[in-house]
Write a protein that binds this ligand. Sequence first.
Ligand SMILES: C[S@@+](CC[C@H](N)C(=O)[O-])C[C@H]1O[C@@H](n2cnc3c(N)ncnc32)[C@H](O)[C@@H]1O
Length: 255
Amino acid sequence: MIKTKQGNCIELLKELESNSIDLLVTEPPYKTINVELSYEWIPECYRVLKDSSHAYIMTNSLEMSDAIEKSGFEIISISEYFKCNKTLFNKKNKQYVIFCRKGKAKELNLPNIEYTSRINNFSSKVHPTEKPVGLMQFYIENSSKENDIVLDPFMGSGSTGVACLKSNRNFIGFEIDGNYYKIATDRIITKLSYKNYLENFDESSFNKKWLKCTNTHDGFFNDEKYEPFTEDEFKDLIQTNTEFKTQWELTLPNN
Ligand SMILES: C[S@@+](CC[C@H](N)C(=O)[O-])C[C@H]1O[C@@H](n2cnc3c(N)ncnc32)[C@H](O)[C@@H]1O
């Protein structure tokens, strides 16, 4: 299940049932001259999380720690990491990940792995604070199991959603900005469609025209070998071939 909605998460979180979410992974907006967000989303996130669940909150300021604790979360650790590139909004090079829990302690799936300090910013980005999918995947796999529900109320370019698809988790994501919402849902739809394409890959019965044909000639036989398109080839084909798009592109439920 992948559910995304465009809008203000402070309103949208109220539509979610209490104790229904297994994990929170999010990066709320940074304080800038134009953006001043209240901390109302924090107690709402606490309410919707199940007992004994984890939350990873990425930020460049520890100002919100008090609000996190007042909402009932226990802060387990605050890790720092240094980004390589400075971004448009966030001129600081240091970022924090506030790792907390609701209720009883929960075991980590990947203990003893220090991941965040190795994260660099990367250049091809569609959002000024876009995070690497691999980082989100690490948090998700550390603190949830397959088919759990992961929430990101500030999804930006949708990295948490893409990571959920890669790790076979359900995902609920909100984003207020129409442009970023479209970028996020396009990325998620492409990933979802590619998964669907691969799951249906069957060389024998499959319509071979949607497979890559690698002709091999070993001197005796003209052998036709078929393999699925790579994810990049798939993305190109979705954009350029209407028939391919119609056959493979999935849509997200509109609710
Ligand atoms: C720091 S960015 C998240 C970037 C994301 N981690 C990524 O990898 O692309 C925060 C996002 O929250 C969105 N946002 C700000 N206020 C919001 C609100 N009240 N409800 C939902 N989204 C909001 C912003 O438009 C922005 O895209």
